[in-house]
Design a protein around this ligand. Structure first.
Ligand code: GLC
Length: 476
């Protein structure tokens, strides 16, 4: 079975978020299970030099973009036994960063077409073309429109995975003719028309053979209007070809017993976790002390992540015996509020408005509580890393958070975290207070929960099995 992943980012070449983690980890696990996976990505300027130097040009072709023909280099390298292909076009991708440009519509129209044009030149003919998020949403549309009578593409099935339904790739109608060579016939409610514009996400949902998303709960949620981002109707219609498969984490990459970012690596020793904490407190200028719990957030500073709830009750959180550390960047007004909080609570609040992978790992390892009160969360990866590093998650019961964090139930003894259901700041505060209660007053229970969390298995194995049986069923 040959599977080709098409995506706009992938660790370790380029990563801006959770999508990059998935594209970095899932192929490895599928490969272990006997599926031959290769990955095709844009060649961005920001890709690490050592990788760039290893690239070999496989083929140079031209790709139709409306009435023009654009250069497309197909470059390749092997990494961890996986073949990666990179679509090279300097005009489109030799820029810093990956998305957020005024011409993203054109850049990813090109990318979608280039993937399809490149396929005959790759080492293997894919049985499954697995596309991820809006940047690849036009691939199934273009495949049906332009390659329908081409036998090379005949048996190839398209799986489309939604990592976040909110980001849809919506562009003016003109791109249909100017960039995608698609006629007016596609501009309907049953096609890619979306409130007067063109939606890449909608294309992916309508034209793929099968849709997945990254947790069972999110799959249920987005069939409802509240979470559905105006696409819930389509998802309800395609219900029979749509499922949620939970993400895992790369358990080799995220291992507190072997993490080079940590001064004190540990299996389950509380002593070593405490030592990491003291080091962190020193580094951040927090008051030093062993019995003080550290609550952290490692997040993009955007509404989705529940920042409003956090700021709404921050004064009440700070009345508790706790220190708070936040790491991440995002919307300016949240960054501003974080700086202000740092001034208001000297020695107890630390705002780190940047992102640094090594520091993030230190923080997972040194903190006791990990707060993630998302408004919605397709899967979420950080709560899993937090568990693995012994930082107990406090989450809102939505999407993947609901599927991965079982709240502690003092009657049945089940669970390994804390949660709340409604998007309400005081419900969140109560969950934080409950967690702090166990930390300060029931240390045996606390330790039991931390140890349980660290032992959980959130590897990719089971999920990869689900993807492989899905591929099998489609190819049959
Ligand atoms: C997106 C989602 C996140 C998910 C990730 C990987 O970033 O917001 O919840 O974990 O994709 O699928």
């Amino acid at each position: 079975m040959n599977v080709l992943f098409a995506a706009s980012e992938g660790h370790p070449f380029i990563k801006t978020g959770g999508l990059g983690d998935v594209i970095g980890a899932l192929p490895k696990e599928l490969q272990k299970q006997g599926i031959n996976v290769s990955v095709i990505l844009p060649k961005y300027e920001d890709m690490n030099e050592t990788f760039k130097e290893q690239l070999e040009l496989k083929e140079a072709i031209t790709v139709p973009v409306g009435w023009r023909h654009q250069y497309c280099g197909i470059e390749t390298l092997r990494y961890n036994d996986i073949t990666y292909y990179f679509i090279d076009n300097e005009y489109y991708f030799k820029r810093s960063g990956s998305y957020g440009y005024f011409d993203d519509g054109e850049r990813f129209s090109f990318f979608c077409r280039a993937v399809l044009e490149a396929i005959p030149y790759l080492d293997e003919q894919p049985d499954i073309l697995h596309c991820h998020d809006w940047q690849t949403g036009m691939i199934p549309v273009l495949k049906k429109a332009h390659y329908r009578n081409n036998p090379y593409y005949d048996g190839m099935k398209v799986v489309y995975t939604i990592h976040n339904l909110r980001y849809q790739g919506i562009f003016p109608k003109g791109i249909l003719h100017d960039l995608l060579d698609l006629s007016e016939l596609h501009f309907t409610n049953e096609g890619v028309e979306f409130h007067g514009n063109v939606s890449f996400m909608k294309g992916g949902l309508l034209y793929s053979d099968y849709i997945t998303t990254v947790s069972p709960s999110y799959a249920d949620e987005i069939k409802q209007p509240y979470f559905g981002e105006y696409l819930d109707g389509i998802l309800r219609k395609r219900e029979d070809d749509f499922t949620g498969i939970i993400n895992g984490i790369d358990s080799e990459l995220y291992d507190p017993a072997a993490d080079s970012a940590l001064k004190y690596t540990y299996h389950s020793s509380f002593l070593l976790k405490e030592k990491n904490k003291i080091e962190l407190q020193e580094k951040l200028g927090l008051q030093k002390g062993e019995g003080i719990p550290v609550l952290c957030m490692i997040t993009r500073l955007v509404e989705q992540k529940g920042m409003d709830l956090f700021f709404r009750v921050l004064p009440e959180i700070m009345e508790e015996n706790v220190q708070v550390v936040v790491l991440g960047t995002g919307d300016e007004h949240y960054e501003h509020m974080l700086r202000e909080a740092e001034n208001r609570y000297p020695g107890r609040f630390s705002a780190n408005i940047y992102f640094d992978e090594a520091f993030a790992r230190k923080l997972y390892a040194s903190s006791d509580l990990f707060l993630m009160p998302s408004q919605f969360e397709p899967c979420g990866i950080s709560q899993l890393i937090a568990l693995r590093y012994g930082s107990l998650p406090i989450v809102r019961e939505t999407g993947g958070l609901k599927d991965t964090v079982i709240p502690y139930n003092k009657y049945t003894g089940e669970g390994h975290g804390f949660s709340f259901a409604d998007y309400n700041a005081h419900d969140m505060l109560n969950a934080i207070r409950l967690a702090l209660h166990y930390y300060h007053h029931e240390s045996l229970t606390w330790r039991k929960l931390v140890e349980r969390g660290m032992r959980l298995n959130y590897s990719w194995e089971k999920s990869a099995e689900k993807y492989s049986s899905l591929y099998e069923s489609l190819v049959k």
